[in-house]
Design a protein around this ligand. Sequence first.
Ligand code: NMN
Length: 330
Amino acid sequence: MSTTVPPEIEEHTRTLRALLHRWGYAYYVLDAPEVSDAIYDQHYRELVDLESRYPELVSPDSPTRRVGERPASAFVSVTHRVPMFSLENAFSQAELEKWGERLLRAIGPGLEFICELKIDGSATALSYEDGVLVRGATRGDGVEGEEITQNLRTIRAIPLKLLGGEVPAVLEVRGEAFIPRDEFERINQERQAAGEKLFANPRNACAGTLRQLDSRVVASRRLGFFAYTAHYGRAESQWEALAELESHGFRVNPHRSLCRDLAEVRTFCEHWENHRHELPYDTDGVVVKVNAFDHQREVGFTSKFPRWAIAFKYPAEEKSTVVEAIAVQV
Ligand code: NMN
């Protein structure tokens, strides 16, 4: 940093940033604000003010750097450090059980499954180096995606810098960016008022938003993010990996379950098939994985998919909203 910045100002800037990071994390990831909006905003404005008075103080991990920058002219292709595979689907409990029984035969006693909600958004890859977010990309074809770092930085639940004392030199995170239902309605109302084409559903709205060349548009929409995979971490199982992601400051979906048998897997899937509409975001199924990484390695991959994971898809629903609306009016 330049010597023209008084050391006490430098120190104060660091303190402000640390406070805003902590309060943003409590607010956006834990859903448990530590201070009022007025206090948060007052400190935020103070930091903006200092950074504009002393541009030497601006750093990429500052909470003020989430607001979007100049529009890009095009997206650049990037090769994922670890390919992003797609999952085999199970469209019925019978198919899911057939998959589970095959694994039971291959692995035997001690096999555990983990169930996670399948969020209906856009799969994205985040790369952290020495704890700092250096790149974010779309899934693309799983091998190559488009670099959309600037857009992903605007999502408040994505840490610009990992939390926690010891951070790995490299951490590859996978997660789902999504648009909550109420935000989807708000965006469509805004588009209708502007005479623009409406988005068909939150998933399309999310994909369309992430491919905006102007990250200020992305910043103006409230996207959410749930992390679900960590590569190069310390965990020995998917359950531990999710806890590790939480310890680094990511939002991980709380509705997950470690299951000792297929009956427990079935109970989880049935529960969420019936209760999914109570969630403020769309889900289209449940991802079931073999929990232990040793067991995952033991069964490996087919030519297309990992053998140790499957996506249980809820049956597609009839579009009955209009009928319901009429029924309510009568
Ligand atoms: O654009 P950001 O900084 O994320 O803030 C958006 C809104 O969210 C602001 O109104 C701000 O007050 C609020 N917010 C509140 C807290 C808090 O701890 N009360 C934290 C982050 C954002």
